[in-house]
Design a binder for this molecule. Structure first.
Ligand code: FAD
Length: 286
């Protein structure tokens, strides 16, 4: 089923994002994560895709694991920077043959060491180029990424919104936000979305705030503000990782409760393939 139809039909629910295991050793952990989280009847599940094609094969394998689990609406992510249009078409054909109906269309980031990438050889510059190809292909519902605090490369929220609108108008059916830890960014982003007459479903992307040092690194490259109060509290627990995790989980539970209270009842979780943390959060939600 198309995810846009699921999101338009269901009043509430959760979706889960996984990443492909780095090697054989990670496979049982992913299988276990899927099994545990499946019990929460997700609206859909998605699998990330490495930029520059680094984990392309692993993504395909991990997507297969999700499909074989059965009874899950599965969405592969696909990045286009550095990709060739022919390769993308082949991938789409492959996914169509597997019965998939949804693709998350992303630009991705050039991996380190590819700074000299010859831009004249590019088939894609931005996610909008991939959205257009998938739209023309005709079979898939298309998801895109959006940024409550603005994408890291942007100098202005207005310009970022302009590009976001163009990308959605090119054929995106729904969107998922970058992680954020201060809901006010999401609420004002949704106001800007409304003002710009964008009316596709936009799921808030939730990354459980557990290991503050790791998340500070993610947040710095993704432009996501960690509120000073929680950051300082967690930094004070560096020597007590269990307590830090507990404080972080409680923070994320409160974040989700606040979103639900504001009427945002469909939440997307970046699971980091860690089911225990996600279930601790979900079990505490109304
Ligand atoms: P775009 O929409 O192309 O935007 C990128 C930048 O270009 C923005 O600053 C935008 O304002 C600007 N821009 C857009 N159009 C133009 C234009 N015409 N002229 C000038 N500037 C323009 N990465 C992965 O590698 N694999 C994944 O699986 C993955 N999954 C993700 C899932 C989610 C929910 C999110 C939020 C991000 C994900 N990412 C993933 C990260 C994503 O690839 C990066 O954030 C990337 O830097 C931008 O991707 P995009 O699709 O948003 O790009």
């Amino acid at each position: 089923m198309k995810i846009c139809d699921i999101l338009n039909k269901q009043e509430k629910g959760v979706s889960f994002e996984f990443f492909p295991p780095k090697g054989e050793k990670g496979k049982p952990a992913l299988a276990q994560t899927i099994k545990v989280l499946k019990e929460y009847h997700p609206l859909y599940v998605s699998m990330t895709y490495g930029a520059g094609g680094t984990t392309q094969a692993r993504t395909l394998e991990a997507v297969k694991m999700l499909i074989e689990e059965g009874n899950l609406e599965v969405m592969p992510h696909l990045t286009c920077i550095g990709a060739k249009a022919d390769t993308v078409r082949l991938l789409l054909e492959g996914y169509e043959k597997q019965g998939l109906e949804n693709i998350m269309a992303l630009r991705g980031d050039l991996s380190q060491g590819t700074d000299n990438f010859d831009s004249s050889q590019r088939d894609f510059s931005y996610a909008i180029d991939l959205v257009s190809i998938i739209k023309n292909y005709g079979r898939f519902s298309i998801g895109v990424a959006v940024y409550p605090e603005g994408h890291i490369e942007t100098h202005s929220l207005e310009l970022d919104m302009e590009y976001t609108k163009r990308k959605i108008d090119a054929g995106a059916d729904f969107a998922v936000t970058q992680m954020f830890f201060d809901n006010s960014f999401y609420y004002s982003f949704m106001e800007r979305i409304k003002k710009n007459k964008i009316d596709i479903p936009i799921l808030p992307g939730i990354l459980p705030l557990t290991d503050v040092e790791k998340i500070k690194q993610f947040a710095a490259v993704c432009r996501a503000t960690i509120p000073a109060r929680i950051r300082e509290k967690m930094e004070g627990l560096r020597d007590n990782p269990d307590e830090m995790e507990k404080v972080g989980i409680d923070f994320t539970i409160q974040q989700c409760i606040d979103l639900i209270a504001h009427g945002f009842k469909k939440l997307h979780f970046f699971t980091l393939n860690k089911p225990k943390i996600i279930t601790a959060i979900l079990d505490a939600l109304p």
